[in-house]
Design a binder for this molecule. Structure first.
Ligand SMILES: Cc1ncc(COP(=O)(O)O)c(C=O)c1O
Length: 408
């Protein structure tokens, strides 16, 4: 879940569910971080105690070790820990020398942070629509949007599924522009065996608590295999210098907190098993929701529930990590309200596309500019999905969705 998404159903609600026929059942929360933390509590407590005992609260060994471990996990040479996903994107663009007068192409259907980072460095976000089937950035529209001012393409691996990186990488190379990945929702995802974050000049991650790899607060990282870029990022995140009171660049205070790095080191070894559990839960939910004989295919347009952002298994060996499980429905807000009443936590990713967000009004885009993104914003609904979700909870989610859609 992203910080601004809408959610319903709190863990304290107990509801009467007509969807499943049982009298009173506990709600199914949208995310359940307590389940993950209960299992790791002893190790997390020990990691925090270790930092307190060492007394090194800013950067230091824990951050350096996490960076090495996370870089290796992504199949990249370096990772630079920063304060958030937004900062990862902002620092990556800054380190690549992108600024006023430059254009960066990105998707209209993403969390605001993607576009905000471009605005922060003084460049202009050039938005394009998404593919109606996968909801990933539409490569054809990226091609059409390239201008002499374009300095980077910034695809987003939305919902845990990689964008069409082979084509985007080729395109970036052909035009001599940078490829920067927003991998905030895709820790551990891969395409053709190459991990999210390892495709572009820089891969930007968020460790917001509900991400596939989440800290106990804010955190982020930029992954790169470019030694000079990594060095610049390390300098930028630390007031523009790596030696005290020597400042080569006009930098930031944006370091990955040492306590968070220690916690992330406890969690990282579990990421693959968590992603596997997410995939299994998603497969189960698809099966429960699908009336089509082929559960790996989206339902046809005339069905009332349309499954979205699926891996096109047959065409691409995409390793989807199911950060989210969005479905597409008619009367979305009404369905969301009914699911809330039935005790099912839901969220919307995202209710307003970037170009219609007030903070981006200065870009001058009008309603109708990106019809696929606008339709997605009106019709998508994310269902509960996390590694610890139980079969019985998935069954309740599916039954509730059928009931809410049927009566809408
Ligand atoms: C696609 C995307 N980009 C960027 C971010 C920003 O990350 P953070 O919340 O750590 O700043 C998020 C998550 O919130 C995200 O989902």
């Amino acid at each position: 879940m992203s910080p601004t998404s809408m959610t319903t159903a709190t863990a304290s609600q107990a509801v009467t569910s007509s969807a499943t026929g049982r009298a009173s059942e506990p709600p199914v929360p949208f995310v359940d971080l307590a389940a993950q933390h209960t299992a790791l509590r002893g190790e997390i407590d020990a990691a925090i105690a270790r930092v307190i005992d060492q007394g090194q609260f800013v950067l230091g060994d824990e951050v350096a070790r996490f960076e090495a471990e996370f870089a290796a996990y992504c199949g990249a040479r370096f990772a630079v820990g920063v304060a958030s996903g937004l900062d990862a994107l902002t620092l990556a663009l800054t380190a690549l020398g992108i600024g006023p007068g430059d254009e960066v192409i990105t998707a209209a259907n993403t969390f605001i942070a993607t576009a905000l980072a471009i605005v922060r460095v003084g460049a202009r976000p050039v938005l394009v629509d998404c593919d109606p089937e996968t909801l990933s950035i539409d490569v054809g529209q990226v091609v059409a949007a390239i201008s002499p001012r374009t300095r980077a393409i910034l695809p987003v691996h939305l919902y845990g599924r990689l964008a069409d990186m082979p084509q985007l990488a080729q395109l970036a190379e052909r035009h001599g522009i940078a490829l920067v990945e927003d991998a905030a929702q895709a820790h551990g995802a891969a395409l053709d065996g190459r991990a999210a974050g390892a495709w572009g000049a820089a891969g930007c991650f968020s460790f917001y608590p509900s991400k596939n790899l989440g800290a106990l607060g804010d955190g982020g990282a930029v992954v790169t295999s470019d030694a000079a870029l990594a060095e610049k990022l390390r300098t930028l995140r630390n007031y523009g210098g790596q030696t005290k009171y020597r400042h080569e660049l006009a930098g930031f205070n944006s370091r990955l907190d040492t306590l968070q790095a220690a916690v992330l080191r406890v969690k990282l070894p579990h990421l693959d098993e968590w992603n596997h559990a997410r995939r299994q839960a998603a497969a189960k939910l698809r099966e429960l929701l699908t009336v089509s004989p082929s559960p790996s295919l989206p339902l046809r347009g005339d069905e009332s529930i349309r499954l979205r952002a699926l891996p096109r298994d047959a065409e691409f060996p995409i390793d989807h990590v199911q950060h989210l499980f969005p479905i597409e429905v008619d009367h979305r807000d009404e369905v969301a309200r009914r699911l809330g009443d039935l005790g099912i936590g839901v969220a919307i990713h995202y209710p307003t596309p970037v170009h219609l967000t007030p903070a981006m009004a200065h870009l001058g885009y009008q309603p109708g500019a990106f019809p696929v993104a606008e339709r997605a914003a009106e019709r998508l609904l994310s269902l509960p999905l996390y590694p610890e979700i139980r079969d019985e909870q998935l069954q309740r989610v599916a039954a509730a969705v059928r009931s809410a859609v049927g009566s809408s």
